[in-house]
Design a protein around this ligand. Structure first.
Ligand code: ADP
Ligand code: MG
Length: 282
């Protein structure tokens, strides 16, 4: 049977009212969601739909107002459990500049395990391995602030890897990157999941990233409104548009060409068009 890594049961999160009169706001409403070990789950939803709030509960940064969050069997019910939870699932945020703590790449990656009191020789081993996994080993002695956005995000991912977590939650990690940086980071995420078996929760606005996941969860107004394979989700173009979301470009192109099946990637699109052209030529 598949094991759950993260389990949310009827979770609601309400931001408290401010002293300045801003009323409390319920950002996540009665959400139940299981993330299984080894899974790659993409989370979609337009701005304000509650994605970041949900992610922060999965990482014990926030505790739910109602309902329960469990990470690898540990109930997230107090701030003291935060460190324990973050050894199981790490988090990468949108802005690469907010995540760097050291002045040398390898020191930055070592920061997490150092705080855990890991042996120096073991830290060395973990840092080297993590940097190799994200393709940043050659640049280990560089100053992080001189790196590109994509490189900085890969250093942030290496920092999580060095903690040897079972899962990683990435909250729009490519939103501030150029196309090259986006591609580097996406490839890295796919490698972590497929080659190392790390459970991935990827919050993204990019449909071509969501296509790479095993499962896509769609949020709207704090609720989960769809949950399925990328093909199941992107076949529902009309429904997604109603919730201000797109489908991948290849999906849209093939729909306009009148193909009935849901095409997800450029490669599938090319294959479909060639088969149609080949069929017509015969
Ligand atoms: P998303 O990541 O999908 O854009 P968020 O989880 O960041 O959504 O926010 C969901 C809702 O909660 C938004 O309407 C946002 O304005 C509100 N919100 C987020 N952070 C706070 C906060 N610290 N205090 C009050 N409201 C907040
Ligand atoms: Mg967000």
């Amino acid at each position: 049977m598949r094991e759950k890594l993260i389990e949310l049961n009827n979770v609601t999160f309400t931001y408290e009212a401010d002293e300045d009169g801003t009323p409390g706001y319920t950002a996540v409403r009665d959400v139940s969601l299981d993330i299984y070990k080894g899974e790659f789950v993409a989370v979609l939803g337009h701005n304000g739909s509650g994605k970041s709030t949900l992610a922060k509960m999965m990482n014990a940064i926030y505790e739910p107002t109602e309902g329960t969050v469990t990470v690898n069997g540990i109930l997230v019910d107090s701030e003291e459990k935060g460190d324990e939870i973050r050894r199981i699932v790490g988090m990468v945020f949108q802005n690469p500049d907010n995540q760097i703590v050291a002045t040398i790449v390898e020191d930055d990656v070592a920061f997490g395990p150092e705080n855990l009191g890991v042996e120096p020789s073991e830290i060395r081993r973990r840092v080297d391995e993590a940097l190799k996994t994200v393709g940043m080993y050659e640049l280990r002695e560089r100053e992080p602030h001189k790196l590109s956005g994509g490189q900085k995000q890969r250093v942030a991912i290496a920092g999580v890897l060095a903690m040897q977590t079972q899962g990683i939650i990435l909250d729009e990690p490519t939103a501030m990157l150029d196309p090259t940086g986006r591609e580097e980071v996406l490839k890295t995420i796919i490698r972590l999941n497929r080659e190392i078996g790390i459970t991935v929760v990827l919050i993204t606005h990019f449909m071509d990233e969501a296509v790479q996941a095993d499962r896509v969860v769609v949020m709207d107004k704090g609720e989960i409104i769809a949950d399925g394979t990328p093909r199941e989700i992107f076949a529902r173009g009309e429904f997604l548009r109603e919730h201000s979301l797109d489908v991948p470009q290849s999906t849209e192109l093939c729909r306009r060409l009148g193909f009935e099946e849901c095409i997800l990637t450029p490669a599938e699109c090319v294959e479909k068009i060639s088969s149609v052209l080949g069929g017509a030529a015969q």
